[in-house]
Structure formats: structure tokens, C-alpha cells
Ligand binder design. Structure first.
Ligand code: ADP
Length: 293
């Protein structure tokens, strides 16, 4: 199964170009859609989930034309929106059973089996009798995944699933997603580089509705290997470093800025070479002058 997106464009009525000729080919496995807030990630995901229309372009999942065969797509779609706001005072098991009814699993035994299997898969079986209203953020997100998996989807879309989760909960969430196997196209949108590094076999960086880079995370890191240098400087020096070097990121460490720069050769001036990281790739795409690395 492959998801093919061709020249997708969307301009909102206020003139914002949220998607500008997006084309991507996404195979089975985890695909990370990485970009800052406002990049167009949610717009792309809602469009692929057939919740809103694009102005132009097409998309197919295997033999399904997503925009022309919406019902067919919805039968093989699992979607966890950015805000999954339903946390009533009923138990996880009861609500998941209810969703299973809505998704058309009419056989009672099969439904019970499916619900229990998903509660195990998402590590919620032990708390299945507890009310969702008392769940932590991470438990709620895992419940969201359980409901999205009810129809055994071929395309699973999860929009910013780790926003607001603490590191332990994020890890649990990663583990659940990474066990989904290779038979599903999973698109995960995030502005957190770590999410993509930990989980995804393929990725794209998007900004202002455009794809800046698309590839395998390790390969895209390789492309800038040997070109990233770092130095701890004084705050007062930052502006002049930005003028003289291709600064891709600056971070404070113990109150002092550490800058990362891109350079084809050793820049001297006490810079030290470092191993490139996915963050360096991300920042170089968003903030570097040379966008074509
Ligand atoms: P992301 O998910 O990457 O944060 P979005 O797809 O939510 O990005 O937004 C992309 C751009 O489109 C932003 O500039 C946002 O303000 C704008 N936008 C999103 N939804 C709407 C809407 N319904 N009407 C007008 N502008 C919108």
C-alpha cells in the first residue's frame, strides 16, 4: 500500500496559502510530517482524512482515489485529530465498545474481542474500568489511538499526538505506535524533531505549505554530516556571528548561547566539528541560507 499525494493546494478564504503544490509518496510504515506551527500539517491531514476539500490536486491510497471515493477511504482510515475532546464519565472499555458499534462491528463477541485486544495493545487494559475523565494526557492519547485502530485501518493519521505529554508518556505512546507494524501507512505530524527521530522511517519537513525536504531521517542527516560546527559564544557576539556564519541554531546552555553553523570547510575560530543531528537538518532547512543541502 502506498499513499500518493499529487500537487495538493489549499488557500483559505483569508488568503493564507496553507498548502502549495504538495507532492509526496508515502510507503507503509511510520512517516513523520515535521514542521513549525502554521506550516500546514493539520490542513494536509484533515484533507487526507476527507474532512475538508483541497482546491487542487489528487491523492490515492493504493487503488482508492481519496477525494473521489471518500466512503471507501473512510472504511480504511483511522484518524486521531489534534484535539480529541471526548472524555466523558464512562469507562474506557464502555466507550471503546460504543465506538466499535458505530464503526459497524455488530457481532457482540467479535466486538468484545476487538475492544480487549486494542486495550491490551494500547496498554490500557488494566485501567479499562476507569472513567476517561480521570485519564492522564498520555492515557487519553492512547485511547485515541485505540479508537482510531478499531477498523484495522490501512491509513492511520495522527495529528500532533505527543503535544503536552511528559517524557514518560511520550515514550509509552511511541511504543504503542511503533508496534503497529509495517502493514499500515502511518502519518504522524509533529513540531518535535525527537518524535521523528525516534519513530519514523521516512519523513518530510514542511513550512509555509511547501515540502522543503523528503527522505529517510538517517540519509538526510548523512547529507550534512561533516558540515556542522558548534561554539559557545557570548550573548553580545550573537549578531556578529549571524552575519559572518551560516548560523542554523542557537541554544542557551548555562546562560550562554551555543551556536550551530553549517560550513563546507573548517571555519577555524575555535569552532569544533560535531556529529550532525536531525535537529541540525531541520534548522538548516528552516533557517539556513543554503536550503539545497
Ligand atoms: P499546522 O498544523 O502546521 O500548525 P495548519 O494547517 O493548522 O498548520 O495551518 C496552516 C496555515 O493556515 C496557518 O497560517 C493557519 O493560520 C491557517 N489556517 C488554518 N486553518 C484555517 C482556517 N480554517 N481559516 C483560515 N486560515 C487557516
Amino acid at each position: 500500500m502506498e499513499l500518493k499525494i499529487n500537487n495538493l493546494s489549499k488557500t483559505y478564504s483569508n488568503g493564507v496559502k496553507a498548502l502549495q503544490n504538495i507532492s509526496l509518496e508515502i510507503p507503509n510504515g511510520m512517516f513523520g510530517l515535521l514542521g513549525p506551527n502554521g506550516a500546514g500539517k493539520s490542513t494536509l491531514m484533515r484533507t487526507l482524512a476527507t474532512l475538508q476539500e483541497a482546491d487542487n490536486g489528487s491523492a490515492t491510497l493504493g487503488g482508492i482515489d481519496i477525494f473521489k471515493q471518500k466512503n471507501e477511504l473512510r472504511q480504511v482510515l483511522g484518524y486521531l485529530p489534534q484535539q480529541f475532546g471526548l472524555y466523558p464519565k464512562i469507562s474506557a472499555e464502555v466507550l471503546l465498545n460504543h465506538f466499535a458499534v458505530l464503526k459497524g462491528i455488530t457481532n457482540k463477541n467479535l466486538r468484545k474481542e476487538t475492544v480487549h485486544a486494542l486495550l491490551h495493545k494500547t496498554n490500557l487494559y488494566a485501567v479499562r474500568k476507569q472513567n476517561l475523565s480521570g485519564f492522564s494526557g498520555g492515557m487519553k492519547q492512547r485511547f485515541g489511538i485505540a479508537q482510531a485502530l478499531l477498523n484495522n485501518p490501512k491509513l492511520l493519521i495522527v495529528d500532533e499526538p505527543t503535544a503536552g505529554l511528559d517524557p514518560v508518556e511520550r515514550n509509552r505512546f511511541y511504543n504503542v505506535l511503533s508496534e503497529l507494524g509495517e502493514n499500515t501507512v502511518v502519518i504522524l505530524s509533529t513540531h518535535i524533531v525527537e518524535d521523528v527521530k525516534e519513530m519514523c522511517t521516512n519523513m518530510a519537513i514542511i513550512n509555509q505549505g511547501q515540502v522543503l525536504l523528503n527522505g529517510n531521517p538517517l540519509k538526510v542527516i548523512e547529507n550534512i554530516e561533516g558540515k556542522v560546527y558548534q561554539k559557545t559564544i557570548l550573548k553580545s557576539e550573537l549578531e556578529s556571528y549571524k552575519k559572518n556564519y551560516q548560523v542554523i541554531s542557537e541554544k542557551l546552555f548555562l546562560g550562554k548561547p551555543i551556536v550551530h553553523i553549517l560550513s563546507d570547510s573548517n571555519p577555524g575560530n575555535s569552532f569544533s566539528a560535531i556529529n550532525a543531528d536531525l535537529e541540525d537538518v531541520y534548522f538548516s532547512q528552516l533557517f539556513g541560507n543554503n536550503k539545497n543541502i
